[in-house]
Design a protein around this ligand. Structure first.
Ligand SMILES: *Cc1c(COP(=O)(O)O)cnc(C)c1O
Length: 415
């Protein structure tokens, strides 16, 4: 049993918010056993479309009127989910030719799609120019290759400059701006690059300034957003066609571990009003865009696995499941954290049952890294029970080494 000093394994608020049906976790309104029967096999990922819709609604409630919410597709590129989101968000941000191809199948107009990311190939640049999406240019050499791609196609490329800011930002789970970066063009170089791009015939519409990911502290985001908008306004004089596009990034985080607070969206939204008003006063035609991946979809997803074996080794209980790090690398500990912490895990078909003691949930891979929960207080689970990892809607199968050990790939459903 847990001693008093030990923190709870799971955020109590996460557990309290779980929908229950027949004593089981309900996903998309279905008890998890029935959903597993419907899917036809385990393991699988299930994404709850109502939760995704609700999250977009919460953002609309709190963000200043007219701020665009874009979906960063790399968080979860499941095509059905992108189809669902196409009707909810204002745009898609993609980071590869493959993601671009997928979102062009949705009803999202090309003019509302942007393409960021270092190392775009000439083929990807041509694909994007032909599609009519906005390129987020990551280097001066990429800008030149983009202009050449436009010339080959006889089309004018539309681009925003991704800026690597000249200020440092702390408090992001993963920092992607400030200092030396493989992303974007250093702020001090931007005026010269803008001149060159426009001289090459590129229609430059504005800026993209993304500073980092998985941030749970409202004040850090508030400060970052204000600094980003100030920087965009400082650079805007060089945009000869007028500033039309200010993508201020996102980085809104979700709680994974019991010590994680929940981001205070109301504070983030309220504090953004002032900076947005500044943009509108100086550039009435400019769209302010927030791009979010994890925050839109992360909490809507569940990874459902079945207990294949239960064994006790020198007193420690192991629940061996049919799912593992080949499908869910982040739950095994690869979320960039130095000390591995447990994702929230429940026995989905015994939701009301009291914990009986610590058990470790491990996958079928022949490596000690295949650990989905380390000595968590769980109800007494048996072979056939369903172990469910919560907060699994972002950076799941597409961010996991599916080929490792040759098991079948993860199945995904939208419910
Ligand atoms: C990864 C990425 C995102 C999404 O980050 P989340 O933490 O999932 O919201 C947004 N924008 C850019 C440029 C990215 O690279």
């Amino acid at each position: 049993m847990a001693d008093d000093k030990k923190k709870p394994d799971i955020h109590p608020a996460l557990i309290a918010a779980l929908p229950v049906a027949d004593g089981q976790l309900a996903i998309g309104g279905l008890p998890v056993e029935r959903l597993a029967a419907r899917v036809g096999r385990t393991p699988f990922y299930a994404y709850d479309r109502a939760l995704v819709s609700r999250r977009v609604g919460e953002l609309r409630t709190h963000l200043p009127e007219g701020v665009h919410v874009n979906y960063a597709v790399k968080a979860n590129p499941m095509p059905a989910l992108a189809q669902h989101l196409a009707g909810l968000v204002d745009g898609f941000d993609v980071a590869s030719g493959g993601e671009l191809k997928m979102v062009l199948d949705t009803p999202m107009p090309a003019g509302r799609i942007s393409f960021a990311g270092p190392g775009k190939t000439d083929a990807e640049l041509e694909q994007a120019v032909a599609a009519g999406v906005t390129l987020h240019v990551e280097s001066v050499t990429e800008a030149r290759r983009l202009a050449a791609a436009g010339q080959r196609l006889g089309l004018q490329p539309v681009a925003a400059v991704r800026v690597n800011p000249d200020f440092e930002l702390k408090g992001f789970g993963m920092r992607m701006g400030g200092g030396a970066q493989q992303f974007g063009i250093d702020a001090e170089e931007v005026p010269a690059v803008l001149g060159e791009m426009q001289g090459l015939g590129i229609d430059v519409v504005g800026f993209h300034i993304f500073t980092g990911s998985q941030n749970l502290k409202a004040q850090v985001l508030v400060d970052a957003q204000a600094a980003i908008i100030d920087l965009a306004l400082r650079l805007a004089d060089g945009v000869t066609g007028g500033l039309r596009h200010v993508n201020i990034g996102g980085g809104f985080g979700i709680p994974y571990f019991s010590s994680d607070p929940r981001l205070d969206l109301a504070v983030v939204g309220e504090s953004l009003q002032g900076p947005v008003d500044k943009v509108r006063a100086a550039h009435p035609g400019a769209e302010v865009i927030v791009e979010l991946g994890r925050y839109l979809v992360g909490e809507s997803g569940y990874y459902v696995t079945r207990v294949v074996d239960r064994k006790v080794s020198r007193g420690q209980v192991y629940l061996v499941t049919d799912g593992g790090l080949n499908h869910h690398l982040t739950a095994s500990g690869n979320l960039g954290q130095v000390i591995r912490r447990n994702f929230p895990v429940v026995i989905g078909n015994r939701l009301g049952a009291a914990a009986t003691g610590p058990a470790s949930v491990v996958g079928p891979l022949c490596t000690p890294l295949d650990l989905l929960a380390d000595k968590m207080d769980l109800p007494d689970a048996q072979v056939g029970d369903l172990v469910v990892i919560l907060q699994s809607g972002a950076y799941g199968p597409s961010a996991s080494p599916a080929g490792f050990l040759g098991h079948p790939p993860a199945v995904e459903v939208l419910v």
